[in-house]
Design a protein around this ligand. Structure first.
Ligand SMILES: *Cc1c(COP(=O)(O)O)cnc(C)c1O
Length: 373
């Protein structure tokens, strides 16, 4: 296999991929309406479901689009005119769900929670209980990619069960690394995409749905077209095709990425990521830098690091310094905190993180940064 130049992506997805995933895209031209291609998508859909749920009770619905398409599909397809969704907002991706809900005119209750600490579950429960509207759905981001904050979806799922709410989880940046059990956690709809911990290419997003709940959404007032979840599900279950042209090559890469995920093992993958994270945290602490989220609530997948206190520090400068050396780093996403972000997902190991750390040390020296003791 021809080697492709290796860039180390420390941005939160698309992540660094293997050469075999890259090359899986180079295939003979095929019309996606052929049965051969339908089988590729059936394989993908079944395997994705199996990562988090039982295939007899849950189904995966594929879309061409980035991850936001899957989140938008759920919110705009399963919440009826008289329903009310409570959205937990503790980062940029929670906020994005609120923006989507607003566009579709959904009855929405927003539960704001601190960006850098766990959710107060007691207070959340009080809001659900005492709200003047009857809340029917709850939407939460599993892993806030803004900061690295991991929300306790199992505990939130228990609350949903108690109050009979359908639970919607944006698991974009946790899926395929952090274990999720949709039945046990009481999750009805989950959104994820091809290009984060699955280590595939960007362009496929998907919803994993409790099939019974999904069947019931069939008769709701239809607010969308391309993203209509039930239609996409129904068509695929009858034809093994997507309603509209799928991203053919991205799907071939996704199939290969799933095979490689199974070969590595999800637990082993998360162990590899965690080892990279431990290396990262030790290294930046040695350099006198601090990170935002307490360890107890940390995903170990992405870290928001406070910018060094140094007058010459400039994120774009630092970005370019790294980019010239084949490392891509990422700015923060929170206006009120000056952070930058380092993700440790994708086909990288703690060796790459060690190279990153020594480059970081050189960069900081070059701007005259002195670590505070
Ligand atoms: C990446 C991500 C998304 C999707 O972003 P796209 O740019 O549409 O791929 C949604 N939610 C979370 C938590 C994410 O990390």
């Amino acid at each position: 296999m021809k080697h492709v130049k290796r860039n180390i992506l420390l941005n939160p997805g698309p992540a660094t991929t293997t050469d075999s995933v890259k090359w899986a895209q180079v295939v003979p031209d095929i019309c996606p309406r052929e049965a051969d291609f339908g089988n590729v998508m059936k394989f993908i859909s079944n395997e994705l479901t199996a990562i988090v749920a039982n295939q007899n009770q849950y189904s995966t619905i594929l879309f061409g689009g980035s991850g936001t398409a899957a989140v938008e599909s759920i919110l705009s397809s399963v919440i009826d005119t008289n329903d009310t969704v409570l959205i937990i907002d503790n980062g940029a991706y929670g906020k994005r769900m609120c923006e989507i809900a607003k566009v579709y005119g959904l009855n929405t209750v927003i539960y704001h929670s601190p960006l850098d600490d766990g959710i107060d579950l007691g207070a959340l429960e009080t809001v659900i209980r005492e709200c003047d509207k009857k809340i029917t759905h709850l939407a939460v981001v599993h892993h806030e990619t803004t900061t690295g904050l991991l929300n306790d979806i199992e505990a939130i799922g228990s609350i949903c069960k108690k109050y009979d709410l359908e639970m919607i989880v944006d698991a974009m940046s946790s899926f395929a690394a952090i274990p999720i059990d949709m039945t046990k956690m009481n999750i009805h709809y989950l959104a994820a995409s091809s290009n984060k911990n699955i280590q595939g290419m960007a362009g496929v997003s998907f919803v994993i749905a409790n099939t019974h709940s999904l069947e019931l959404s069939k008769d709701l007032h239809q607010k969308n077209y391309y993203l209509h979840l039930y239609s996409q599900y129904d068509y695929f279950s009858k034809t093994s095709q997507l309603r509209f042209t799928p991203p053919v090559q991205t799907l071939y890469a996704l199939k290969q990425a799933i095979i490689e995920l199974k070969q590595e093992g999800m637990k082993e993958r998360y162990n590899r990521y965690s080892e990279s994270w431990n290396t990262l945290i030790k290294g930046i602490s040695k350099l006198g830098l601090r990170f935002m989220i307490p360890k107890k609530h940390h995903s170990k997948l992405i870290t928001a690091i406070y910018e060094p206190e140094c007058s010459k520090f400039d994120f774009n400068d630092m970005h370019d310094y790294f980019y010239r050396r084949n490392f891509t780093i990422y700015p923060g996403k929170l206006n009120q905190f000056d952070t930058f972000r380092i993700a440790n997902i994708g086909e990288i190991t703690c060796k790459d993180i060690n190279v990153f750390l020594s480059l970081l040390e050189s960069y900081l020296q070059s701007i005259g940064y002195v670590a505070k003791k």
